[in-house]
Design a protein around this ligand. Structure first.
Ligand code: HPA
Length: 277
């Protein structure tokens, strides 16, 4: 597996390199409903995932499937519009392949975003949450299998998986913009069903801030490679059972629309500061 998979990573990187020699310093992964951030980007090149041999392509509505290369606030960035999820049936190694390809393209920092369900009934909907720490529940660790020594060590430390200096930058940026920004622990579940009310009460009771179906496995793969990681969850709804309303994907997408402008302003302003931190 190791060699075949590593060869696929290199093939994907080389296929991107054959289309553009743009050198990004930050990778930005956009979650469900958050794609419009890319409108603030000064785009230099676009690469469709389907044109990269072996690259996983999402089947979820609301997820475009392409890398955008260009500048945000003058900083060279590669932006992922669309990502794949474990619940789509992909192998966990393929779920984190895009993060690893961005690492091989030379990014220093991976900025992960997602839509998530809030675990604290007092949270505003929609709102934004800086990810302080994380937990993966009911899905395999993406580093399982033979270690890819070319990428990182067998037993990587995850103490500061979300870089403390970058979390500070996100809070300072939000304060400058007059935006409220929560901070909390993100819990990734496999999905695709939303959680039960019991699961939501349980994850809230152990200190979780939000639940979702992405991000944590990508953060682990990125830290394995020594990348700095930061993340923001768009709290699109309260977790199941915290309100009377049933959950649906349309609500998540609508929350993305409702917060798109605020989210874009925060990300756009934070990127130059992240680049300097
Ligand atoms: N649970 C899991 N994932 C989500 C949710 C949720 O409530 N909302 C948006 N993504």
């Amino acid at each position: 597996m190791a060699n075949e998979y590593y060869e696929k990573l290199i093939r994907c990187r080389d296929a991107v390199r054959a289309k553009t020699d743009f050198q990004p310093r930050i990778g930005l992964t956009l979650g469900s409903g958050l794609g419009p951030v890319a409108e603030t980007m000064d785009i230099v090149a676009t690469v469709d995932y389907k044109d990269l041999p072996g690259f996983p392509v999402s089947t979820v509505p609301g997820h475009a499937g392409r890398f955008l290369f260009g500048y945000i606030g003058g900083v060279p960035v590669v932006c992922m519009q669309g990502r794949v999820h474990y619940y789509e049936g992909f192998d966990i190694h393929d779920v984190v392949l895009p993060a690893r390809v961005m690492g091989l393209l030379g990014i220093k920092t991976l900025f992960l975003t997602n839509a998530a369900g809030g675990l604290d009934p007092k949270m505003d909907i929609p709102s934004l949450m800086v990810i302080r720490d994380q937990m993966m529940f009911n899905l395999p660790n993406p580093l399982m299998g033979p270690n890819l020594d070319e990428l990182g060590p067998r037993f990587p430390d995850m103490s500061d998986i979300y870089d403390p200096a970058l979390r500070k930058v996100l809070h300072e940026t939000a304060a400058k913009l007059g935006q409220k920004l929560e901070e909390g622990v993100y819990i990734q579940l496999s999905g695709p069903s939303f959680e039960t009310p019991f699961e939501v009460r349980y994850f809230g009771s152990i200190g979780g801030g939000a639940v979702g179906m992405s991000t944590a496995c990508e953060a682990v793969a990125a830290r394995h490679m020594g990348l700095r990681v930061c993340g923001i969850s768009c709290i699109a709804n309260l977790g199941a059972g915290l309100t009377d309303a049933p959950l649906c994907h349309e609500e998540v997408m609508a929350a993305g629309d409702a917060i798109a402008e605020r989210f874009s302003a925060l990300v756009t302003a934070a990127i130059p500061a992240i680049d300097k931190a």
